[in-house]
Structures are given as structure tokens and as C-alpha cells.
Write a protein that binds this ligand. Structure first.
Ligand SMILES: O=C(CCCl)NNC1=[NH+]CCN1
Length: 322
């Protein structure tokens, strides 16, 4: 069976995208995350005070995988932990009958405060799954064999609802050719590298190695590239208080592209104005990857593309223009 689930922006800035998922008998709104590999949910195991505003999974002790635990921390410092159950999970009509459902006993403040997010559904490699004593499969790995094709496609949109397709490529969601490159899955992520970047019409050769990550809001690349980009934005500056590059909200932002597999993958300048700050300027969608060690091609990069993640004998990534 194939299927498709909507990806709805959680707020007016596309901070994250939420998709409806049936877990047991509840429908929860989860953040599909190609940068991690745990399916975890807010649950009845948490203190009631943590559940205010959230939909949550009502655990059934009969379904518990006894002695199994999980604990995850994300690149942005957020995290969660808990116990593990085996239950039915349905995404867009695709059913995993005994999926490992990681029920939270504790979650970090970033998650408690975000009342729209009821958990995450990881779509990176199962080798990054945190469940002990036995690592568990992602939803995608669990349903892989029932899909017509071993792939899912990501169609995130700018300030609009997109979708995640499982098992098929939807020709109505892109124009032109799909450009495929091999994925580097050796570190558990959907790794990809670029051979050049461009700012406006000027191209520069450079190696940009990074991961595709729907769970990260912005586009994080090497500092020299970020400096070169904002040098083209009048009035831009690095603002440590805001935690990154900011600029006047009236600024015209140049397009940015990464050349992947010989094809320029363009991010429209408009997409790089992420949100207004509390200081009256605007926060950039491109920021430095200082301290991360690689680039993260997050939602700012993804929301102009239809991106196919194919787990064939050789994992591949396909890029097409929306
Ligand atoms: O953790 C990361 C970065 C991997 Cl290098 N992405 N996924 C995610 N989920 C919630 C916050 N960020």
C-alpha cells in the first residue's frame, strides 16, 4: 500500500511542519524528521502538567515492550525519553501493525512549550534509533516491503501545506526532471554533497557536505559561505543576542543555490527571510554550521523542492523543482 500525509506549517514562519498520524487509537500531530530515527509521542506516562494543550498516546500496559527504554537529544539541544510499546501506526493509509512507539515519560521545555507538536516520526536510518536494549526500526523501515517503491518523497512548502508521499512519486508535485545522486547513509543520515554554491548570479566552487533534515528549520552552511551571502544584503549583521545573522525586513535577498549532481538547487531569496525578530529586524534562513561539523539542509532549503528519498540497494536522493 502507498499513501500520502499532509505536512502543515506549525506557525506563520514554517518553524516546523506537522502531519497527522494514528498511533493506537489516537490521532497525533507529529513532526516528520529526516534528521533522526525515533518515533516518539507525548503520552499518558507524563505528568499531567506536561500534557496541557497536547494530544497524547494513552499507553496500554499489555502492549509494553518490557524493559525497553529510549532517550534522544537533538542538534538544537532539545530532547525526550521514555518507554516503548508495540502498537498500530497509520500514516496516510499506510499501516505498520506492530511499530515501536516510544512513549515519553519526560520531554524538554522546547517540546512542552510547543503545544502543536505531539512527537516526532524519524525518517533517517534505523541505525540512529535510540531504543535499548534492542534498536527499533523507523516507520519507513517497518512498512518498506509493502510499498510499491522503496521510497518516500518530501514536499514541504513555503507558508503552505505540503505532503509526505510513501511508496510512489507524485508527478503533479514537481516540474522538470528529477536529478538523482547517491546518498551517503554511512552516518545514519541522508547525506549529500554539493560542489559549488551561488549567490545571485555568481557561482563559487566549494565542497559543501551535509544532511537533508526536515526536522531542522533553517539552512546551516560553512561560515565563509554565510558571510559571502550576507555581504550582499544591505544592513545585515551578525547579532549574537538574536543568535545569528539579521537584516532589515525590507532588504532584497539574493537567491542562493547549491550545485548537487551538477544541477543548481535554488533557494529563492524570499525563502531566506525566515521571521521578524523581537528587535525589529528579520532573521536569516541561512546561518553558520559552526560547531556542528557538517551542513544541515533544513526546511529553508527543502521547501522549494520535491525530494525523493529512495532506499534501494544503493540509497539515492532525487531532487526536483516544485
Ligand atoms: O537533530 C537534528 C540535527 C541532526 Cl544533525 N535534526 N532533527 C531535529 N529534530 C528536532 C530538532 N532537530
Amino acid at each position: 500500500t502507498n499513501g500520502s500525509a499532509p505536512a502543515v506549517p506549525s506557525d506563520q514562519y514554517d518553524s516546523l511542519y506537522l502531519s497527522p498520524v494514528t498511533v493506537g487509537s489516537s490521532t497525533l500531530h507529529l513532526d516528520f524528521d529526516t534528521g533522526s530515527s525515533d518515533l516518539w509521542v507525548f503520552s499518558s506516562l507524563q505528568a499531567q502538567s506536561s500534557l496541557v494543550g497536547h494530544d497524547y498516546y494513552m499507553v496500554d500496559p499489555a502492549k509494553e515492550k518490557q524493559g525497553y527504554t529510549w532517550k534522544i537529544s537533538y542538534g538544537d539541544g532539545s530532547g525526550a525519553s521514555g518507554k516503548v510499546y508495540a502498537d498500530k501506526v497509520v500514516v496516510g493509509g499506510v499501516t505498520a501493525t506492530a511499530q515501536a512507539v516510544e512513549a515519553a515519560t519526560a520531554v524538554s521545555a522546547q517540546f512542552t512549550q510547543d503545544v502543536d507538536t505531539d512527537g516526532l516520526l524519524g525518517l533517517a536510518m534505523s541505525t540512529l534509533n535510540t531504543v535499548k536494549p534492542q534498536q527499533q526500526k523507523t516507520f519507513f523501515d517497518t512498512v518498506l516491503k509493502q510499498l510499491a517503491q522503496p521510497l518516500f518523497a518530501v514536499d514541504l512548502k513555503y507558508h503552505a501545506a505540503g505532503s509526505y508521499d510513501f511508496g510512489f512519486i507524485d508527478k503533479s508535485k514537481y516540474t522538470g526532471a528529477i536529478n538523482y545522486v547517491n546518498a551517503d547513509t554511512s552516518k545514519g543520515w541522508w547525506g549529500v554533497s554539493a560542489t559549488a554554491y551561488s549567490i545571485g548570479n555568481a557561482s563559487t566552487s566549494a565542497t559543501v557536505s551535509g544532511i537533508l533534515d526536515t526536522g531542522t528549520t533553517l539552512l546551516y552552511v560553512d561560515t565563509p559561505i554565510v558571510k559571502a551571502y550576507y555581504a550582499k544584503v544591505k544592513g545585515s549583521k551578525m547579532d549574537n543576542t538574536q543568535g545569528g545573522y539579521v537584516f532589515p525586513c525590507s532588504a532584497t535577498l539574493p537567491d542562493f543555490s547549491l550545485t548537487i549532481g551538477g544541477v543548481k538547487q535554488i533557494v529563492p531569496g524570499k525563502h531566506i527571510n525566515y521571521s521578524p525578530t523581537s528587535a525589529g529586524n528579520c532573521f536569516g534562513g541561512i546561518q553558520t554550521n559552526d560547531g556542528i561539523g557538517f551542513s544541515i539542509l533544513g526546511d529553508i532549503f527543502l521547501k522549494s523542492k520535491y525530494v525523493i528519498h529512495e532506499m534501494g540497494s544503493t540509497p539515492r536522493i532525487g531532487f526536483a523543482q516544485q
